[in-house]
Design a protein around this ligand. Structure first.
Ligand SMILES: C[S@@+](CC[C@H](N)C(=O)[O-])C[C@H]1O[C@@H](n2cnc3c(N)ncnc32)[C@H](O)[C@@H]1O
Length: 373
């Protein structure tokens, strides 16, 4: 494929993204020009676009600083995109993409200490976020490893052909160095059993999400409420811990469909603030949030978020925490969690100090949790 054709696919995709404000993953999954490429080229173009999104803030600053005011004023968006992409391939990890940008001049060199979050977010970033997570060299701005959860991770390794390894600090987790084909997972979940004779279950789930479920300390016989369960990832792991009852609650019926089904599991479509059942031994409030910690999976999330969406989330989160407390049995345990790195969403006055997990320190996406006993 000629460099010119690649340039035009890259630039059209970026222009379409700017015009629609649709998540880039969704946009690329429908991109016809991309679909026509060989799988290897398609992957490289996608990696380049995702890399561009993750790194866009410092790329823009660096290119701007390298040009005079006159050059900056004259540069079209299209040419600026190309210069920024060319600058991206000076960052370690993008070397193999250099040739895709043949003929484009380089105007600047990668500067790892450049700030990497949008200006408004820098004011809101959690004070717990160390300096390593605030700059362009942070692992937040790289594609992360893939993690899986399983009800028998040791045994699952035997069926996954050396692609994955167990994780010492989290008993449910498996880590994959390379992307796994969908078929590998389908094969593993087909007809294999755990060492205890149950159906083996393996599914994609970030390490931070699994650590949050382990902080809930579910035991056999517990009544558990997953108060914002839609999407089902955490419920699925909780269900494997044999609670007596698991209530999966979500306001969104469609999202609730992904939750596990089975004996003792109840699905409730409702506004959590209206839910009145009490006496739960364990409650998980996996709160609706900006998702600002999920950059590795959603490469453009920080570019699409707006500052004025934060107060909406913090107000709802405060109400959910207060309400959840009122549903807890005496001696029960409540875990509040977000996938955000913004202090206003995590450090609520009504919560004890919690733990912020980051790609730089924990190999996880950006997650926060706080435990109320
Ligand atoms: C972070 S997601 C949950 C992800 C899920 N726990 C998982 O692990 O896959 C937050 C969820 O909160 C739900 N939600 C938002 N407002 C709600 C409310 N007032 N009552 C109940 N659920 C709500 C959303 O529909 C969304 O599914």
């Amino acid at each position: 494929m000629k460099a010119q054709e690649i340039h035009s696919i890259l630039l059209e995709a970026l222009a379409a993204w700017r015009a629609s404000n649709t998540p880039i993953r969704q946009l690329l999954s429908k991109n016809m020009a991309l679909k026509k490429l060989y799988a290897k080229d398609r992957r490289r173009v996608r990696d380049l676009i995702f890399g561009y999104m993750r790194n866009q803030i410092w790329l823009e600053d660096l290119v701007k600083e390298s040009l005079s005011a006159r050059q900056n004023a004259r540069l079209s968006r299209r040419k600026r995109d190309l210069l920024e992409l060319r600058t991206l391939v000076t960052k370690p990890g993008f070397e193999e993409h250099q040739e895709l940008l043949d003929g484009v001049p380089s105007v600047a060199d990668y500067n790892p200490s450049q700030a990497a979050w949008p200006k408004w977010m820098r004011r809101h970033l959690s004070s717990k976020l160390g300096p390593e997570s605030r700059v362009a060299s942070s692992k937040f701005f790289e594609e992360g490893p893939a993690f899986f959860a399983s009800n028998d991770p040791q045994h699952a390794c035997n069926f996954m052909g050396g692609h994955v390894s167990p994780v010492d600090i989290c008993t449910s987790a498996l880590r994959a160095e390379k992307r796994l084909r969908k078929e590998v997972l389908e094969q593993v979940n087909k007809g294999h059993q755990t060492q205890n004779g149950r159906a083996l279950d393996v599914w994609p789930m970030d390490l931070g999400s699994q650590i949050i479920v382990s902080a809930l300390r579910v035991e056999q016989g517990h009544r558990v409420l997953d108060m914002c369960a839609g999407g089902g990832g955490k419920s699925r792991l909780i269900a494997h811990q044999s609670p007596r009852e698991l209530v999966c609650l979500d306001i969104n019926e469609h999202r609730l469909r992904a939750c596990p089904k089975g004996k003792g599991i109840r699905h409730v479509v409702a506004d959590a603030l209206e839910f009145r059942d009490t006496g739960f031994d364990r409650i998980l409030v996996d709160a609706p949030c900006t998702g600002s910690g999920t950059l590795r999976r959603q490469p453009d999330i920080h570019l699409r978020l707006r500052e004025d969406s934060v107060p909406h989330y913090t107000a709802l989160q405060s109400k959910l925490i207060q309400h959840a407390k009122s549903l807890l049995a005496p001696g029960g345990r409540l875990v509040y969690a977000t996938c955000s790195v913004l202090s206003a969403e995590n450090e609520h006055d009504s919560l004890p100090e919690g733990r912020l997990m980051t790609p730089d320190n924990d190999d996880s996406d950006g997650f926060y949790y706080s435990v109320i006993n």
